[in-house]
Design a protein around this ligand. Structure first.
Ligand SMILES: [Zn+2]
Length: 142
């Protein structure tokens, strides 16, 4: 991921924000409807604690902007922000809106929730339409 997120449309998602500190994508393989992820785009960093104060404020500020946009559009009962990085050790945050009818409401996500092979991808036209709506909600880069 250090080399860049790979453009506006990748195998994993469609970009919804090209921020100063991060790139955010709507996920092609949704953990839940509206699933998005935000990738730190500076130098190689694994853990949030490696960021300096300015970077910390900038990165988490952009994560919060994206989370707010997802929350406004999908109206979840709860937003989950996950910093994991076990499989891809470059700083990124998963934003998972937990819907009203969440099969595991009140608890953690099921272990297989990030298994793309077990997840039905969002149809391309729907993914693009949702990404367009989220981009509009996010507004221009700040
Ligand atoms: Zn990296």
């Amino acid at each position: 991921m250090c080399a860049g997120a790979g453009g506006d449309v990748t195998a994993h998602g469609v970009r919804i924000l090209e921020g100063r500190w991060s790139d955010a994508f709507l996920g092609r393989y949704p953990v839940r409807p509206g699933y998005a992820y935000v990738i730190w785009k500076g130098r190689h960093v694994t853990e949030p604690g490696e960021l300096d104060d300015e970077e910390t404020a900038g990165f988490w500020g952009e994560v919060a902007r994206v989370a707010d946009a997802v929350q406004a559009r999908y109206r979840p009962t709860k937003m989950n922000w996950l910093h994991l990085g076990n499989g891809v050790p470059h700083l990124h945050v998963h934003l998972v809106p937990r819907p009203v009818d969440d099969p595991r409401a009140g608890g953690p996500l099921e272990p297989e929730s990030f298994d793309q092979a077990a997840t039905t991808p969002v149809p391309e036209a729907e993914l693009e339409a949702e990404a367009t709506a989220l981009r509009a909600a996010l507004g221009p880069p700040t």
